[in-house]
Design a protein around this ligand. Sequence first.
Ligand code: S3P
Length: 451
Amino acid sequence: MTHAAIPSKANPLKGCPSPALKGTATVPGDKSISHRSLILGGMALGETTITGLLEAEDVLNTAQAVRALGATVVRQAPGVWTVHGTGVGGWRAPEDVLDFGNAGTGSRLMMGAIATTPLTAVFTGDASLRKRPMGRVLQPLKLYGAEYDTQPGGLMPVTLKGAAQPLPVHYHVPMASAQVKSAMLLAALNAPGTSRISQTTLTRDHTEKMLAAFGAEIAVEPLTAGGEAILVTGEAELKGIRIAVPGDPSSAAFPLVAALLVPGSEIVLNAVMLNPRRTGLLATLQEMGADLDIRNERDAGGERVGDLILRASHLKGIVVPPARVPDMIDEFPILAVAAAFAEGQTVMRGLEELRVKESDRLAAIVAGLRANGVRVEESEDGMIVQGMGPGGVPGGGTVTTHLDHRIAMAFLVMGLAAKAPVTVDDATMIATSFPAFEMLMGGLGALFEPA
Ligand code: S3P
């Protein structure tokens, strides 16, 4: 039931040494906000209009799931979508299995949204998603009264039976995961009374912001020991709103780092979201000496956005503060590539969550760096990359992407600045988050070749 089928044949691609990147580009809409817009629109009464929706595989699968549950989801024009929701608790059982493809966010948030509605749904996904732990979301959803069945190890396919008489809960999310936090917040919407979800480490807050915008009763309290508690009052009445999705900083990361690495480059990336829970990469690159300016900072659709101006830079290795990791959790593949071109070593720790992303990302990064002549030490929760200086990375290797879009894009960027092209075994999965990647990068001057 995948909305727009990803071709099953691998598509190997080469990133080739490129001339200076020049020009201005606008990155696609934020993936996290796109998923949440569709889900909350589907739970609200009245019309939600979304502009700038990310039209990528992951998000299209969420749109399809929201439709299968009874909401009306219509693409009106490129990037412009309307959702007519059913009201909280109004979803009906889907007729078919819900297939989320590669999308951890879509599937885990939808588990939360369904957990307090009396219906049964089966969740599945591609070979990558079927290896990812679902117990971290399902176990706490049980507190609301939901029941479930999984494959051994808490894997998909998962059958989830939403609670007929949900209870409000108090739950402390034990890991730095916005997906788990968000699933619990969405489930709270149809439980009577107030649920309290807390987390020691702050993670992206798009669900909280959007719940407030849709009219939910929500409060955020700081915890004395650090972190915060979020209180959501259930049997909520959400009302449709207008949402303008800002540019995705996690997609911007690829042209951004490419411009820092390819000599002579100077580019502008328009209207990139600057939510502080998402800007860890910018802070890290600035500490590494990146020539990076933010101009025209403004509010757009409830988020801070700004234009990024990047010029090729001589980077130096640093120790990335582990406390910053949640604010750049998706950016480690491309940061590791930047570190390979830096002077000196870059130390990255506190990365245990990378082991349960679209691939074991830590292992995939380390293998990709080694395949291209970069020395790197791997530990259970981190890596130390020995930088080779600007232009110093040999390249010439082939990288196994393990169905992981960010591994594919990061190593294609490496090839633009390395001595020899870098091949990725399969670029297909880039369509899950950034279908226009090749076109946008090509427009700035990046060279790719079929491998
Ligand atoms: C996301 C949260 C993060 C991130 C993912 C998107 C979200 O996952 O890696 O790409 O939209 O909530 P975790 O919650 O597993 O850290």
